[in-house]
Design a protein around this ligand. Structure first.
Ligand code: GTP
Ligand code: MG
Length: 137
């Protein structure tokens, strides 16, 4: 088994898409092992997206993530590739690349507000689970 971090971002919670997103993960055969609706501090948002600190869209990204509550999840699957399965369900980053059938492809209309985050590797999954859930997952 392996675990990854998935988060319904503020736009998803605002639009009432949390159930849809959780349902897609569960229908795939993945399991929630921890989940929490929470507001996000400036510090946590900056730390979460630290890899993008030098990008021109960083401030906008942090402002977006702290706008309203997120639904943070730890997701488990049977193989060592749970993070990758989740990224496939989520869809491509750029809105015009996100295929129908993926969450972004079916529900997102902009790259900035693309509904869901998923860890992009084994190491980032471990880092993000620790950052968001600490000893609680
Ligand atoms: P996350 O799962 O949220 O990390 O998205 P990702 O892994 O698919 O993309 P990435 O980590 O490269 O970028 C993080 C977030 O920054 C994306 O989800 C977008 O919301 C935003 N982003 C990425 N590229 C751009 C860009 O070129 N312009 C703008 N405005 N936002 C971007
Ligand atoms: Mg990313």
């Amino acid at each position: 088994t392996s675990r990854t971090f998935v988060m319904a971002k503020p736009d998803a919670v605002e639009r009432g898409l949390v159930g849809e997103i959780v349902s897609r993960l569960e229908r795939k055969g993945l399991t929630l092992v921890a989940a929490e609706l929470r507001s996000v501090s400036q510090e946590l948002a900056q730390e979460h997206y630290a890899e993008h600190a030098d990008k021109p869209f960083y401030d906008e990204l942090v402002a977006f993530l702290t706008r309203s509550p997120v639904f943070a999840m730890v997701v488990e699957g049977p193989g060592d590739d749970t993070w990758e399965l989740c990224r496939i369900l989520i869809g491509k980053t750029k809105v015009t690349d996100a295929q129908p059938g993926s969450i972004r492809g079916d529900f997102a209309t902009t790259t900035n507000e693309n509904l869901v985050h998923g860890s992009d590797g084994t190491e980032s999954a471990a880092r993000e689970i620790k950052l968001w859930f600490g000893d609680r997952a």
